[in-house]
Structures are given as C-alpha cells and as structure tokens.
Ligand binder design. Structure first.
Ligand SMILES: NC(=O)c1ccc[n+]([C@@H]2O[C@H](COP(=O)([O-])OP(=O)(O)OC[C@H]3O[C@@H](n4cnc5c(N)ncnc54)[C@H](OP(=O)(O)O)[C@@H]3O)[C@@H](O)[C@H]2O)c1
Length: 344
C-alpha cells in the first residue's frame, strides 16, 4: 500500500507499489502457500495470473512434491468473471471460484465452483482439501473482511514511500484495525517498509466467534466457537459446539484436542463467543472446570450466557480460580447472529 493506505490509484493501468526487492519476497511468499485468494474485483481490474514467476521457488515446490503454482482462489457474489482472464487461462494449477450465489450457473474454464455462506466456511472447505496455508492478497474489501473476522494467523503490510490520495481507489486504512493487529517485526526491502503483525485479542475473539457459524444448528443448545492461542497469538487449538458427536462444548473440544496433541497450554488464552458454562445442564464437567484444570491463564469471552437453560456462573468461577477474565463485547453482533433463536 501507499503511505496513506491506498492499494491502487484511480487510473486504469496496473500500479506496482512494491520495490523490486519486495516483489522478490512476495514471489517467495506466494510459493510457500498452498493457495492464493483474491476478490473478484482484483481479477477484473488487475487481471493477475497469480502464478509463481520465481523459477527457483517453482523448482523447490516441485522438489517437495507440490504443483509448481499454488491453487488460485477467487471470491465472488455476482459471478461476473471473464473466462479469458489470466486467472483462468494462465498456469495448469487448480482454480477455485467460491461464490455466494445459491444457483450455480457459472461457466468458467478449468475452475471448480464452490458455494459458501461465509469466509469461515471457505476456510473450512480449503482445510478439507488439505490446504493449510492461504495467502489472501487483496483487494481492500476482501482484506477488510478477513481482518474484521480475525481470519488470519499473520498480516504482512508493505508500505511504499509515496502518498496517493486516490479518491475512489481501493483503500485499507490500517488505523481501523489497530485493535486487531499486534506488531511483531519490521523489515526493509529496498524502498519498501514491511510490517508483520500477529492477531491481537480482538482478532482472536472475532475468529472464535466465526467458528460458531460452523456449528450444526439446533434450537436446543447454543452455537459457540472457541480457540486457544499462545501468548504471541499463535492459534493452538479450536473447537465449536457439536463439532464432535455427543454432548461436547466448544471450549471442551478445544482443550481436549490440545490434550490429545500434547500441546503445552502454559500461559495460553482461551477465546470464546460465549461465557464458558458452569454449571452444565447435563451435569457433565463444565467448560469452566475444564479451563480451571488446564494451564490456560486468560479467558476472553464475548456474550454472557442467557438465562434459557441455567444461571451461568462461569465468569465468577473462573475469576475465583485465579484466571484473568475479560468480557469483551466487540464481536457481540456476530455472536448473536450465530444464535438468532436465543437473541431474536
Ligand atoms: N496493492 C496491492 O497489494 C493490491 C492487491 C490486490 C488488489 N489490489 C487492488 O485492489 C483493487 C480491488 O479491490 P476492491 O476492494 O475494490 O475489491 P476486491 O476486494 O478485490 O474484490 C471485491 C469483490 O470480491 C467479491 N467478494 C468480496 N467479499 C465477498 C464475500 N464475502 N462474498 C462474496 N463475494 C465477495 C465481490 O465480487 P463480485 O463483485 O463479483 O460479487 C466483491 O465485489 C484493485 O484496484 C487492485 O488493483 C491491490
């Protein structure tokens, strides 16, 4: 981006903001990923091929048994895509068109159309296809949604030493996300300054909340998402209600997955879209007790549990057990939407 947060100017030509040194780094970054995603407007405006141009990086992928190019992914609601664009025509790798249209009448060459309802659904679909490392390249509207939903493990922002002030062009004002981004390191590639960020608490809580949208729906229980992260914001484990057969809660699943994987949770934080339960209607060990018995040090939750089933005393119990507890309503609209039957 430019120093004033623009990803492009308002002219029709494609603007390159990165220095040659930074472009070389981006080629390596692309090659290290399983898939690269852009919004449909970037395909329409920039017509990028998204192929790996660095020959050494291509060869390294082949040596690792991977296809030379990462899978290309585009996101669209209109389906308005030109089949002759370089996205579809360049490279022999797989291309996936994620669309939010119920009716699939997309006629695009060599591309797999997949219907999704949400970005978390898109990520879950990529995970099912064994794609664990996704690079979201842009543009601004697409990046904004991933940042708002906390759907990132790290953010890399390259800033060119020019101001564009381009009215109407794609703009990503980073100050809008300052409570979601925690600066990890800075680098310089030629004239380009590069800032690396980890997700901050609000981003991790937003991501936990998005997980609630993967819950199999029922009107007899809440839809809750939870994740556990290390002190520096690395996601260690995730869970959501009814992810497993039987009466499993989100926090309980996240802790159990970490236990089975032998993950050290010392000093970790758990993020949940709803107050961890206590007591539990079924009489099973509550999520509050599971958390208190683990090495987790901090709890950040969004909604207080409503009074539908029990009077929840999770927050109070967690504080009494010596944990740091934060009740943060920043993701409340999404957490309520995931539980529309209980928050009409
Ligand atoms: N400097 C950089 O690093 C960089 C990188 C990439 C792009 N860019 C620039 O960014 C500009 C484009 O950015 P932009 O913000 O206008 O658009 P964009 O983010 O590239 O694409 C927006 C489009 O993506 C689709 N989309 C996004 N979120 C969706 C969702 N949740 N569900 C369904 N579809 C969704 C929609 O496509 P439909 O309209 O088809 O429904 C939407 O109109 C271009 O000027 C490009 O040059 C710069």
């Amino acid at each position: 981006m430019s120093a004033d947060g623009y990803l492009d100017d308002s002219s029709p030509r494609r603007l390159i903001l990165s220095s040659p040194e930074d472009l070389a780094e981006i080629q390596k970054l692309r090659a290290s990923c399983d898939a690269i995603l852009v919004g449909a407007e970037t395909v329409r405006k920039d017509n990028p091929s998204l192929c790996t141009r660095d020959e050494q990086a291509r060869q390294e992928r082949i040596d690792r048994g991977l296809p030379p190019d990462p899978v290309k992914v585009v996101l669209t609601s209109s389906g308005d895509m030109d089949p002759s664009s370089r996205f579809f025509m360049k490279g022999n790798g797989k291309k996936i068109v994620y669309h939010t249209k119920k009716k699939n009448n997309l006629l695009l060459p060599q591309a797999t159309p997949v219907h999704v309802d949400s970005l978390i659904g898109l990520i879950a679909d990529l995970e099912n296809r064994n794609m664990g490392r996704l690079l979201v390249e842009g543009g601004a509207r697409t990046l904004t949604q991933f940042l708002e939903a906390g759907l990132f493990d790290e953010a890399r922002v390259a800033v060119a030493p020019i101001k564009l002030g381009s009215k109407g062009a794609a703009h990503l004002p980073l100050q809008d996300f300052k409570d979601r981004l925690k600066l990890r390191k800075t680098e310089r590639h030629g004239e380009t300054d590069v800032f690396w960020y980890n997700p901050a608490d609000k981003a991790l809580l937003a991501r936990a909340t998005e997980l609630a949208f993967l819950c199999p729906p029922t009107d007899r229980a809440y839809c809750v998402g939870a994740l556990i992260a290390s002190k520096d914001g690395a996601v260690l484990s995730t869970g959501y209600s009814r992810e497993w057969e039987g009466n499993w809660h989100a926090e309980e699943i996240a802790i159990e997955k970490a236990r089975r994987a032998g993950t050290d949770l010392t000093g970790a934080a758990i993020y949940s879209s709803m107050e961890p339960c206590h007591p539990r209607l079924s009489g099973k060990k509550s999520c509050t007790e599971h958390i208190a018995d683990s090495d987790i040090a901090r709890v950040i939750f969004c909604l207080k549990e409503p009074l539908h089933f029990v009077q929840c005393r999770g927050e109070e119990r967690l504080r009494a057990a010596g944990l740091e507890v934060f009740h943060d309503l920043s993701s409340a609209p999404r957490a309520r939407t995931a539980n529309a039957a209980f928050f009409p």
